[in-house]
Design a protein around this ligand. Structure first.
Ligand SMILES: Cc1cc2nc3c(=O)[nH]c(=O)nc-3n(C[C@H](O)[C@H](O)[C@H](O)COP(=O)(O)OP(=O)(O)OC[C@H]3O[C@@H](n4cnc5c(N)ncnc54)[C@H](O)[C@@H]3O)c2cc1C
Length: 596
């Protein structure tokens, strides 16, 4: 279909009756969604009715950035830009997103209205309203989508932030099933810090979530989801026991292994904002190990040759000693010939971890052209306290939500500060297969890693790939929609660049586009060096390029056709659209026009 035909089809579609029910007649017909100012945009009376239906919880959104439009250099604008570095502040405003935008990809733009949902009935009312009035609908929980999938201009937002109840269960039986397991039920808008505090600090159990404490639970689980200890427990999606979800027909459904099991599988990694609005998730909890800890150091090489030797030694060390369930988190290979190690461990104590690392750290000590830019530290902590906000605050180990009256458990890692409110220049990611660690391939891997670092710094996220995980974690993760390539990968490479909060079109606060585009190219070139040795690599939907080529295969591999079928079954009208989500190829890039 050419552009002219598309416009004609879109114009005709504007006069079609609203998309009706699930499996409904109008589902396959062209649709052009309505925008404010269009004749079909709901009247004030209709919005009022929705407001009544949701107990008054309909918000007409005003962006706080308005103060900067009024006075770009005034104190209120300055203060706002200070607040944009507090991820809890950003999360508490329906107009804002944790990523401000991405050069030549997307810019944060608030919806027209939001339903600040508190119940599944609120969500159902919003879904029915959006469907019946042919509106663009978006869903936002923690607001941490890098790809901008939880915001869209001219849309209605379902905002789940207030649905944040957390209920641990000694024993939970999914509806219609027989087996019972320890679990936790979590409202869709909860963030991981609050879940960890309840499950681990207060109840001495582990729930597999994300590393960043302010990421939303529903978004992370539907993307797959990885945290420091995923190598032991599998992805977050693998621990999902049950979800409550409002589908496009407005029905509140339970999905688990025994009821709506196909939908349940799709929710485990099939991507957020695609199959409905999840209102509650119940996740399996796991036994907590005695101790958890970390290995922190920065090693500097005096020359390119020394750096290559260092990386080769690290790859050998990793392959021989760290490719197992105990180890996770990140090693960064920097352009300035430094290796930054920020790895975590569980199920070992400090002494055991030191013994593992001694041979590798010893080689640095005896090498004249290598040195520690930051001396190695290998602390451990009783696992129960790893997310204990009181203890973390007392030791200055976290940054805090410093707004007056903020809950004391609102803390976050300093490592995530850089990403609060950031504007992205580029992000590329790929899983590296375990086969690259075979003795005869290691030199090739090292060469590719070094070549990549000549363009941009490279992060290896070991907890986001499951080679070396225990059989039960692998089996549970295999039974999810995520690309099975992750089961056989030893790391997820992430290469990213960005700048501090900036908004295109906001005077005095616009991003430096020239730098952004230059760095974006460097990021792509770095990833391409690694694609030379891993040409068919898949990647993690939630931490990937906006411009991902062949995204269906990269995110879901052989699972994509089944996901497409399920999308057609549960959302035939395409009410739920996200960039590079299942079924999104049937829509224009902005999600407003159905393509033929
Ligand atoms: C700073 C930062 C750190 C991160 N760290 C990690 C990490 O350690 N591990 C990891 O695995 N990932 C990580 N991510 C990626 C993150 O897991 C995903 O971006 C995730 O989707 C964010 O979920 P959210 O609810 O916070 O975001 P949102 O932007 O609110 O939502 C993300 C997507 O899920 C959809 N969605 C949200 N809630 C619902 C719901 N209730 N029902 C249906 N769809 C919904 C949205 O429509 C959107 O498409 C990180 C991201 C950022 C920005």
């Amino acid at each position: 279909m050419n552009r002219r035909q598309l416009i004609r089809a879109a114009a005709a579609a504007a006069f079609l009756p609203p998309v009706t029910r699930i499996f409904g007649r109008a589902a396959a017909q062209p649709v052009s969604r309505v925008r404010p100012g269009d004749p079909a945009w709901p009247s004030a009376a209709r919005w009022d009715r929705l407001k009544r239906d949701v107990g008054g919880r309909l918000i007409e959104i005003r962006s706080p950035l308005g103060v900067c439009r009024d006075d770009p250099v005034g104190l209120p604008c300055d203060e706002l830009f200070g607040e944009l570095k507090n991820p809890y502040y950003v999360g508490d405003d329906p107009a804002l997103t944790q990523t401000a935008g991405w050069v030549d990809a997307w810019t944060a733009q608030p919806s027209v209205y939001a339903v600040a949902a508190e119940t599944a009935a609120d969500v159902a009312a919003a879904v029915n309203f959006a469907r019946d009035n042919n509106l663009r609908l978006v869903v936002k929980g923690g607001g941490h989508s890098y790809l901008g999938t939880s915001n869209a201009p001219d849309s209605l937002l379902v905002w789940t932030r207030r649905m944040n109840a957390i209920t641990p269960h000694d024993s939970f039986t999914p509806q219609g099933c027989a087996a019972a397991l320890p679990a936790v039920s979590v409202g869709a808008g909860a963030v991981w810090m609050h879940v960890y505090n309840e499950v681990t600090t207060r109840n001495g159990r582990h729930v597999q979530g994300g590393g960043c404490l302010t990421v939303g639970v529903a978004g992370l689980v539907q993307g797959g989801g990885y945290g420091s200890f995923s190598r032991q427990y599998g992805t977050a999606a693998a621990s999902l026991l049950e979800a409550e979800i409002v589908t496009a027909d407005g029905a509140v459904r339970i999905a688990n292994a025994c009821t709506n099991s196909d939908l349940f599988w799709a929710l485990k990694g099939g991507g957020g904002g695609t199959f409905g609005v999840v209102t509650r998730l119940t996740l399996r909890t796991h036994e907590l190990p005695e101790t958890m800890g970390g290995v922190f150091t920065v090693i500097r090489a005096a020359s390119d040759a020394a750096y290559r030797r260092l990386i080769a030694q690290f790859v050998d060390f990793y392959a021989d000693h760290l490719l197992g369930p105990h180890w996770g988190d990140i090693v960064t290979l920097r352009r300035d010939n430094t290796l930054t190690i920020r790895m975590t461990f569980q199920g070992l104590d400090r002494r055991q971890a030191q013994a593992v690392w001694q041979p590798f750290l010893g080689t640095v000590v005896v090498s004249s052209d290598l040195g520690f830019a930051s001396a190695p530290r290998i602390p451990d902590i009783p696992a129960r306290h790893i997310w204990d906000p009181a203890r973390l605050r007392a030791r200055n180990a976290v940054l805090v939500d410093d707004r007056p009256g903020a809950p004391p458990e609102n803390v976050f890692w300093a490592g995530n500060l850089g990403e609060a409110g950031h504007f992205l220049h580029g992000m590329e990611s790929l899983w590296l297969p375990r086969s690259l660690l075979q003795l005869d391939r290691r030199a090739q891997l090292v060469d590719a890693l070094i070549a990549a670092t000549r363009h941009w710094s490279v992060e290896l996220h070991f907890q986001k790939a499951l080679a070396g995980a225990p059989a039960d974690a692998l089996a549970a993760t295999r039974d999810t929609a995520t690309n099975p390539a992750l089961l056989d990968a030893f790391t997820l490479v992430i290469i990213g660049a960005g700048q501090q909060p900036a908004y295109p079109g906001l005077p005095g606060h616009e991003p430096d586009m020239e730098t952004a585009r230059r760095q974006a190219q460097a990021v792509v070139k770095a990833a391409d060096e690694l694609r030379e040795v891993a040409p068919d690599a898949g990647t993690y939907v939630a931490e990937s390029s906006f411009f991902e080529r062949d995204w269906q295969r990269a995110y879901w591999g052989p699972n994509y056709p089944k996901l497409q079928q399920l999308k057609k079954k549960y959302d035939p009208g395409g009410l739920f659209f996200v960039h590079h989500g299942v079924g999104s190829e049937e829509w224009s890039a902005d999600g407003f026009t159905r393509l033929e």
